[in-house]
Ligand binder design. Structure first.
Ligand code: DSN
Length: 417
């Protein structure tokens, strides 16, 4: 049911939110960076905490009236430190890109060299894209995946690092389906005298739950979002060693932002608590089992996957030879109620706007309670839509019906229908 107060005050926004709720309830959310936050997280995010400025940090605010905000932020910091076994946490960041901006601001001088993963091999735009601040203020250099294995070629990372002598090596990716060997990255960074930053925005939940090797003890700085596999509110955080704590905090405020979003910060505290539960650890393990089941189903349907499969929450499906681009596949799948995003694959012959791949993931479906059996079924549905290339409306309609049946069987937010 719509929020009655909002409906009375602004029926246009209320109805749009209601339509979005229905979309989320009736489609398969398979964009691997999206998830369903808990009702408790959303309650904190929609609270009176939106009403206050709290520039500064606990005990060191610029405005009066921050006693409660100090307690909330300290709770979030303590929970983040405990969850990630980190010396220090800054929980004020609004986006993952902003977290990287603050981290670079702390670690680097303008013009310093950074070495990171190529965007078209799975990296992120804040890791040095030419028209992002990271590629404008710093001098980016890149490593990629091996052309045969399509996994990170660590020997190549070392070779490029020796040649480039970066001040910072950035590890972490937005579209890489395999375990990242952070230990190897630390060795490479040490060999060339570079700092190491891990951007774990995607795999953060897996790391928190012990389902992916932990970069926190190995890196000067770790950045992350809080809304992907961590399943918190839309936001970000930075973890670092004690020696970098003051510099990181100063880089965030007053370096790159002023008033923090304290309602979102409170929601992060709620999410960190949820992530400490046994259920959350089991949830992360199921995300991986589901991704592997979906990958297996897609392989059985004749698709090729980048690197042949997945170790984490996502996979990259190659569409070369299927007669359909990533963009058209994603658009057609959406008509059937399956929401994925187009994505470049390594050495993609098509542009990032068109692409030769899609990037399905399982975090949100796993939150709904789906398991391996449903993943096998969904793999077949994806295959059916892509093989048909959207040419027959009856195929779309049949798949849409099966998607609705699945959504009905695994409801979300049913208490606010
Ligand atoms: N938009 C995020 C993702 O989907 O991976 C990265 O910024």
């Amino acid at each position: 049911m719509m929020n009655a107060t909002l409906l009375q005050a602004d029926h246009e926004v209320a109805r749009l939110i209601d339509r979005e709720l229905e979309r989320q309830q009736t489609t398969l959310m398979m964009i691997p960076s999206e998830n369903y936050a808990s009702r408790a997280t959303m309650a904190a995010a929609g609270s009176v905490l939106t009403n206050k400025y709290a520039e500064g940090y606990p005990g060191k605010r610029y405005y009066n009236g921050c006693e409660i905000y100090d307690a909330i932020e300290q709770l979030a910091i303590d929970r983040a430190k405990e969850l990630f076994r980190a010396d220090h946490a800054n929980v004020q960041l609004v986006t993952g890109t902003q977290a990287n901006m603050a981290a670079y601001f702390a670690l680097l001088e303008k013009g310093d060299r950074i070495l990171s993963m190529r965007l078209d091999h799975g990296g992120h735009l804040s890791h040095g894209r030419s028209n992002n601040f990271s590629g404008v203020w710093y001098e980016p250099h890149f490593y990629g995946v091996d052309p045969d294995t399509e996994r990170i070629d660590y020997d190549n990372v070392l070779a490029v690092a020796r040649e480039v002598r970066p001040k910072l090596i950035v590890t972490g990716a937005s579209a890489y389906p395999r375990i990242i060997d952070f230990k190897r990255f630390r060795e490479i960074a040490d060999e060339v005298g570079a700092y190491l930053l891990a951007d774990i925005a995607h795999i953060v939940g897996l790391v928190a739950a012990g389902s992916h090797p932990d970069p926190v003890p190995l890196c000067e700085v770790v950045t992350s979002t809080t809304h992907k596999t961590l399943r918190g509110p839309r936001g970000a955080l930075i973890l670092c060693r004690q020696e970098w704590a003051a510099k990181i905090d100063e880089s965030v405020f007053p370096g790159i932002q002023a008033g923090p979003l304290m309602h979102i910060l409170a929601a992060k505290a709620v999410a960190f608590k949820e992530a400490q539960s046994f259920g959350f650890r089991e949830y992360q393990r199921q995300i991986i089992r589901n991704a592997q089941a979906l990958a297996q189903s897609l392989l059985e349907e004749g698709f090729e996957l980048v690197s042949g499969g997945t170790d984490n929450h996502l996979m990259l499906v190659k569409l070369i030879g299927k007669g359909i681009s990533g963009r058209d596949a994603a658009d057609t799948l959406e008509r059937a109620g399956i929401v994925v995003n187009k994505n470049t694959i390594p050495n993609d012959p098509l542009s990032p706007a068109e692409t030769s791949g899609i990037r399905p993931g399982t975090p949100a479906l796993t939150t709904r309670g789906m398991r391996e059996q449903e993943m096998h079924r969904i793999g077949k549905l994806i295959a059916r839509v892509i093989e048909d290339k959207g040419e027959h409306e009856e195929v779309i309609a049949e798949v849409r019906k099966e998607v609705l049946d699945l959504c009905d069987a695994f409801p979300i937010y049913h208490d606010i229908i």
